[in-house]
Design a protein around this ligand. Structure first.
Ligand SMILES: [Zn+2]
Length: 86
């Protein structure tokens, strides 16, 4: 699901990538968490979203929070967690 961005080609199918705000569903232990507005390189061929490392870290933190909510389906919008004013 989460690939590292190596060049401007898709990690999975070598298709062309386009920068977009992606809506990405994550499934874990029968829980579904949908994160909207994730800045990602999306493959034009297979639709796989590829996130940069800082974005993937933020998504990971959001997912952990969402999994704690104890609801079967959560939909949240991506927020930038790093570099916020203190
Ligand atoms: Zn692809």
């Amino acid at each position: 699901m989460i690939g590292e961005l190596v060049n401007d080609r898709c990690y999975f199918c070598n298709g062309r990538l386009e920068h977009k705000l992606a809506t990405i569903p994550f499934v874990k232990n029968d829980r579904v968490v949908v994160i909207k507005n994730v800045p990602a390189q999306v493959c034009m061929q297979c639709g796989e979203p590829i996130m940069s490392s800082p974005v993937a870290r933020n998504v990971d933190t959001l997912l952990k929070q969402a999994y704690c909510l104890n609801s079967e389906i959560s939909v949240l919008a991506y927020v930038e967690l790093l570099g916020q004013p203190v």
